[in-house]
Design a protein around this ligand. Structure first.
Ligand code: COA
Ligand code: ZN
Length: 312
């Protein structure tokens, strides 16, 4: 473990996309817009604001076009859209997304469950999106199930590295390694991040962890220590892929930012504002959310000592 933490950690907020995609209660377009504008005010430089996928696959995000058109564009924020195919690319460009995030799983089975096509078909579609984007927007591509698949189990690291190289050869700059159902462990993360950083500069690499088995922040530290600097996280710890059995929330943004602050790692996000925004989530989604710091408060939020202490 390297205790000389100095380099900033960049948080990409994904609650408006990964967070809301799995919610059963419909969240009104204006409430999605208010959430994204609230997040913009917290200091994020990157927000995944929605997806342009089939409305039958993800009804919760079927209003992506209206959401992108309704948000207040903070010039300091890159608003990212998840895109599965060329039709999604066209919709995202029409909605003025700043960056397209193309998603394919390392696991053929999960890609068929999630995207209803083989990995080869996904890649062919990505080629079309790259041509469509014609260098007018930035491109990122995600390797989902990079650390394990709920259908196939272990995923060969060689395969993940090879997909990353394919993405880069296609002209896609940004790369995300996603642990879709929280199957990664810190040693595995350190190993794969080190390997991928041989092909991708740290500035272009994002790690996307779910806290399904409680290892989310441990995996962040392992990745940070191995040289990764950019991480996805969702306000309140919302999130999950509806096409992966047992999926649960992303790592929680305010819990991650709290950890960074306590360790002296700059994250550039206002923790107090985040906590206040996170506390509005249960009313928005209709249930408690997993995040812990919004419930416990920060370390510096002290309590008055009980009266009897003064008499002892
Ligand atoms: N946006 C909106 N509609 C789309 C679309 C897109 N990006 N892509 C396809 N569609 C529509 C088609 O127009 C067609 O509509 P119709 O039935 O009214 O004619 C319908 O969806 C089926 O199109 P098809 O190309 O046959 O898609 P499919 O049924 O094989 O599904 C995907 C493929 C990729 C569109 C779908 O599986 C999907 O959107 N998956 C994303 C899942 C997701 O977001 N998971 C979580 C994030 S990782
Ligand atoms: Zn996810």
């Amino acid at each position: 473990m390297n205790f000389e933490y100095k380099e900033p950690l960049i948080v990409q907020e994904v609650a408006p996309r990964d967070g809301l995609q799995i919610e059963k209660q419909w969240v009104e377009t204006e409430d999605k817009i208010a959430l994204i504008d609230g997040l913009s005010a917290c200091g994020f430089t990157r927000i995944e604001a929605g997806s342009f996928v089939s409305p039958k696959a993800i009804p919760a995000l079927r209003d992506g076009d209206a959401v992108f058109n309704g948000i207040r564009r903070d010039p300091g924020v890159i608003y990212v859209a998840l895109v599965p195919n060329v039709k999604g690319g066209e919709r995202a460009l029409a909605a003025n997304a700043d960056e397209l995030n193309l998603v394919m799983s390392a696991s053929q089975t999960h890609n068929r469950a999630n995207m209803r096509m083989s990995c080869e078909s996904s890649l062919a579609g990505f080629g079309d999106v790259v041509r469509l984007a014609a260098a007018t927007v930035s491109l990122n591509a995600t390797v989902a199930t990079a650390f394990g698949c709920p259908f196939e189990g272990q995923i060969d690291e060689e395969r993940v590295v090879s997909i990353v190289r394919t993405y880069r050869e296609m002209g896609i700059t940004g790369i995300t390694l996603a642990d879709t159902t929280g199957m990664a462990n810190p040693r595995q993360v350190a190993r794969l991040v080190a390997r991928v950083l041989e092909h991708v500069p740290a500035a272009d690499l994002t790690l996307h962890f779910h806290n399904t088995r409680g290892l989310g922040l441990a995996n962040v530290l392992a990745a940070y220590d191995a040289g990764a600097r950019r991480f996805d996280a969702a306000l309140g710890g919302l999130g999950g892929c509806p096409f992966a059995p047992g999926a649960s929330g992303n790592i929680c943004t305010e819990d991650l930012v709290n950890m960074c602050e306590e360790m002296g790692i700059p994250a550039g996000v206002d923790l107090q504002k985040l906590i206040a925004l996170s506390r509005t989530l249960p009313a928005l989604v209709g249930h408690e959310v997993p995040g812990q710091v919004a419930k416990a408060g920060r370390n510096c939020d002290l309590h008055p000592a009980p009266d009897y202490v003064r008499t002892i």
